[in-house]
Design a protein around this ligand. Sequence first.
Ligand code: AHG
Ligand code: MN
Ligand code: MN
Length: 340
Amino acid sequence: MKELMDALALPVGTALDRFIKRHEKEFTYASGELSQLLRDIALAGKILNREINRAGLIDIIGADDERNPHGEVQQKLDVIANIRMIRALTNGGEACAVVTEEDEGIIHTGNVNGNYVVALDPLDGSSNIDVNVSVGTIFSIYRRVSPVGTEATLEDFLQGGRAQVAAGYILYGSSSLLVYTTGNGVNAFTLENSLGEFFLSHKRLKFPQLGEQYSTNEGYYNSFPTQIKSYLTNCKLKEFSNRYIGSLVADFHRNMFKGGIYLYPQIPKYPEGKLRLLYECYPLAFIAEQANGMATNGVQPTLDIPIDAIHQKCPYYVGSKDMVKNLLQNFYFANNPQLA
Ligand code: AHG
Ligand code: MN
Ligand code: MN
């Protein structure tokens, strides 16, 4: 009881705004623009959090009549999240263009003097919206390479994962968190609903080196590549727990805290993998590398995969370093059977 009272007496952690301001100087282009961009995303995140929380009370659950560029049925909240994020970035003024899962091409915000472009998965885990399971928003930020004062181009978005200047996600869960990196470690901020602010709650996050949980859609097991099948057999021999939410953000987040690996291989249904490089795999790979984790497609680190289309897909294996390394051994022996 005493401990609880002591904990309640503690002040809540630094507010996100203040944290961003304090750490601004660590960023190569020490300007307030990136900070403002992060604040815009946080604001849209708070609005979305509110909408997700009351989803059952207003008519925003269920499917929309449209399909997104991947042919997937859009949920109403996919569309709402997309609008909220784009609006916040347009009003903020720092982003000259946005690419999202929900739109085929580049969205020009009209801020031709903005120095940044943003790639987004506005709502990740849409299939979970109607059933009160955690969903998220993923974002990835680049400094533009096209001349300031002109419209952004594809080149701005196709710079490759190592060119990201910041990346993060918002997890709308039992509590909502914003997790981000600008290349100086990963920090998490929990939303204090009554105050409407994110406060620093988890400093310098690190994946445990080795975990005992694996997350994959085993319904596709028969279609998985042999290397994945044998890795999963190994997980079972070691009696690792299978934990799969079906929201990449939520699975990634759990694995970062508890130690684990997320696997989404290529299968005949998704010959190039299901997940999108630009706004799902790159940003979470940036966070993983910053947090002592690893991300790969089985051939090379995710951040080194060349990109030539904004909606490009890839196989994705991400999580605790030693688990990903063990998985990579399977790929290595499959390619070099004489060494097995
Ligand atoms: P999105 O809702 O943004 O389309 O992403 C869904 C992704 C990812 O979040 C999740 O891990 C995966 O798709 C689930 O796919 P399966 O239903 O095929 O397991
Ligand atoms: Mn997604
Ligand atoms: Mn999505």
